[in-house]
Unconditional design. Sequence first.
Length: 248
Amino acid sequence: MAKKFRRWDVEQRWLLPPSVKELVPDDHPAHFVRDLVRNDLDLGAIVDCYAEERGQPPFHPVMMTALLLYAYTQGVYSSRRIAKACQERVDFMALTAMQEPDFRTVNLFRQRHLEALGGLFVQVLRLCRRAGLVRLGHVALDGSKFKANASKHAAMSYKRMREEEARLRAEVQSWLEQAEAVDEAEDAEHGADRRGDEMPRWVANKQKRLSKIRKAKAALEKEAAEAAKARDDGDATTARLRWMPTHR
């Protein structure tokens, strides 16, 4: 009796496509970071920089800020990897509403708003720590709590607060420095206009892709047949030499 499998129809279309919020669970950090940046931060220092009406409208700076923050907390610093994640990872899609800024846009946004982003990211980590989060992505937050009304702990609390503030600032600074270093290295390796993992154009065309693969398959089969023939001819020659009488 033949084994039955679940249906796998990659051509099937959705009558009602899901909301981007349904791509990942409700408690996923992508939702948390997106909504925190969108609802609880003052991004005037970044948003107010955009005044010109000419040309194509840019990606929303609040979305771009949330994208960088989420990527860095996930350990993704390369603008190329961030751009690729926007195309391939559902957690990034849930954050960007399936928009796909390219790596140059990501890189330029970070460079343009470097100082403001540093301050905003520290603010986010402080908020998360105060709210009681122990971790945000790969970033460890201080979960210690001190009683605000306990005067005997005031000096210790203040000292600890200053230490944690310095640690969070150093953490954010390391993100931005690593992002800059990775982008510079990848620009040198791939060129400033290439992501480095682009597929040939024929891959996107179903007919061309089919033709290329069929030709490649035929070539491999021909090579295999020729190799088998050469091996058989070599075996036959060896056999004849083995049984050839020797003259003394």
